[in-house]
Structure formats: C-alpha cells, structure tokens
Design a protein around this ligand. Structure first.
Ligand code: C2E
Ligand code: MG
Ligand code: MG
Ligand code: MG
Length: 291
C-alpha cells in the first residue's frame, strides 16, 4: 500500500506542477488518496451497495450491479464520482478493484449457497485492462471464492477501452474466454466507433442514464435510446437502460423492446441486508399468485 501511495503522490505532484493555479485542488486530491490508501487497510470504511437489474418483460430480477461506498471517518460518506476518477489516475485503483471484487464475489457466493444464482456486475477502470495479469488475477479470485465465472459480469466504459484498444482487447478476450460476461457502461457518452463495438467480446450494452432520463421529454433522447437498442440487438447484444425513475420511462422502454432496466423506480442501490429483504419481498410477490 505504501508503494501504491508513493505512486499516487508522484502522480498528484505531477498534476500539481502542470497546474500552478490549482494548489488547493492538488492538496485535496493528495489527502483523499492518502485517506483512501488507509481505508483500504481497514475493514470498516469500504462497502458495496447492490442495485437490482430488472427484466422489462417479466419484471424479474436478472442480476445486480455492485457500487462502491466509502464511509470516511471524518468526512462521512464520499460519493464514488468524488474519488473514483482521481483514484483511476493512480495505481491505487488496483488494490481498490481487488477489494471491490473480493466483497462482490464473497457476497455472490453467499447468495449461491442460499440457493440464489444472482449475477453480480462490478465496474472496472481501464487501468485494470492495461494490466496483462488482470484476467488471471480475477480467475484466482473466482476460484478462491468458489464462484462460477458466469455469475460475474464486468462493466467497462467505451471511452476507457478506446484509450488503448489493442491492449484492452487482449485482456477483455482473456476474461471472456474464461466465461466472464462483459458489458459496455454509459453507452452514448463516449466515442466507441461501430467497428470497435463489433470487435469487443461484450454481451451487453448499458445506455447512459442521461439519455434514459430525457427520453420521455426529449425527442432527441428518445431517438438516441431507440437507435442504441436496435444497434445492440443487431449486434446480438442485450440492452440495459440505467437511471429508470418512473413508470412512463419503463413503458417507453418496453415499447422499443429494451431488455433490462435499472433505476430508482425499481430500487436504489442497497446494502446486502436490505437487498436480501427486498429480494425476499419481490420473490414472494411473483411466486404467490393473488387469490
Ligand atoms: P455507473 O457504473 O454508471 O453506475 C450507475 C450510477 O447511477 C450509480 O451511481 C447509481 O447509484 C446511479 N443510479 C442508478 N439508478 C439511478 C436512477 O434512477 N437515477 C439516478 N439519478 N441515478 C441512478 P454511483 O453509485 O454514485 O456511482 C457512480 C459511478 O462511480 C458509477 O457509474 C461508476 O462509474 C463508478 N463506480 C461505482 N462503483 C465503482 C467501483 O467499484 N469501481 C469503479 N471503478 N467505479 C465505480
Ligand atoms: Mg456501471
Ligand atoms: Mg453507467
Ligand atoms: Mg456512470
């Protein structure tokens, strides 16, 4: 962890040198990274929340997305958007990703022991895909937790993959060949060319919530979502709409044959205990018909 922090410090100092007017920003980032490095050495600051992914046709649970939560001892809960991008520019992203995978795989294995095969999706940074040993590391973790690769999904963003497609592609292929399912996150916000999209060994495309949230009010967003759904289906991919907040959006998505939805309308990301209660409730509602 110390080596990681050292690298992080070098990286931030580098940024600092190029942006003389941003002293306070650099100091802030440095503190954040030092605190995160310490957080990764404890057990009580980093946790995961799980958000259900729902089949739009049947209303059934098809999996969950694991989302990191950091409870800072002094500053309280810090949102991922406030520390993931900074962390991604340093090697601290490696121990962070390992921690997230460990928690997610342990949880998925616990669900499986209880009789529920719930695929869990973990978000990756491209920095992981630039590491040739990453796929082997993930397979070791799967074996350690006794979890089949088919219950793990990895989400990557298109712009990240486009940064160095050839190197990322070989890691993506290794993950895919070992049975891990891959997903393109935040689709529509980056610049994934159609030819790369077609070459990526992914099975799922997630439409960014900015378009999904706009689709019932903006013609442009509605066209974009419809086009993304048909592009995905033409390439043999499943489509997930993220950020579904109301029934009108869910209905519009069913209308254009979108496969899966994720959003506050169904459930917010929740700690595992809350998720288990939610899951028990919806399972009861689906399996016991009203008399
Ligand atoms: P993402 O992967 O696109 O995750 C979806 C984000 O949308 C989550 O934000 C989720 O809480 C939020 N969301 C879900 N449904 C709704 C909705 O109906 N309305 C609105 N307004 N938001 C909704 P969150 O948890 O704050 O995470 C933000 C981003 O941080 C993620 O975006 C992902 O890029 C990154 N992230 C989160 N956890 C991890 C992690 O473990 N590793 C890495 N590398 N990145 C992570
Ligand atoms: Mg995601
Ligand atoms: Mg997303
Ligand atoms: Mg996002």
């Amino acid at each position: 962890a110390e080596a990681a922090l050292q690298l992080a410090v070098e990286k931030v100092t580098e940024v600092h040198e190029y942006e003389p007017g941003h002293d306070r920003g650099a100091t802030h980032r440095l503190e954040l990274l030092a605190d995160l490095s310490r957080a990764l050495e404890t057990d009580d600051q980093i946790s995961l929340h799980y958000q259900p992914k729902i089949d739009l046709g049947s209303g059934r649970l098809v999996g969950v997305e694991a989302l990191i939560r950091w409870d800072h001892p002094v500053r309280g809960r810090i949102a991922p958007d406030a520390f993931i991008p900074v962390t991604e520019s340093t090697s601290l992203i490696h121990p962070l990703t390992t921690r997230v995978l460990e928690i997610a795989l342990r949880q998925a294995a616990a669900w499986q022991r209880e009789g529920a095969d719930i695929p869990v999706a973990v978000n990756l940074s491209t920095r992981c895909l630039l590491d040739a040993g990453f796929a082997g590391h993930v397979f070791d973790l799967l074996r350690h937790h006794g979890l089949p690769a088919s219950l793990l999904k990895l989400e990557v963003t298109e712009s990240l993959v486009m940064a160095d497609p050839e190197r990322c592609l070989s890691v993506l292929h290794a993950l895919h060949d070992g049975g891990i399912r891959l997903s393109i996150d935040d689709f529509g916000t980056g610049y994934c060319s159609m030819s790369y999209l077609q070459r990526l060994p992914v099975g799922e495309l997630k439409i960014d919530k900015s378009f999904v949230q706009g689709m019932t009010g903006s013609h442009g967003d509605a066209v974009l979502v419809r086009t993304a759904v048909s592009l995905a289906h033409s390439l043999g991919l499943e489509v997930v709409a993220e950020g579904v907040e109301d029934e009108a959006t869910a209905a519009a998505l069913r209308e254009i044959n979108c496969d899966t939805a994720q959003g506050y309308y169904y459930a917010r990301p929740m700690p595992a205990g809350d998720f288990d209660r939610w899951h028990a409730d919806v399972t009861r509602a689906v399996t016991i018909p009203a008399t």
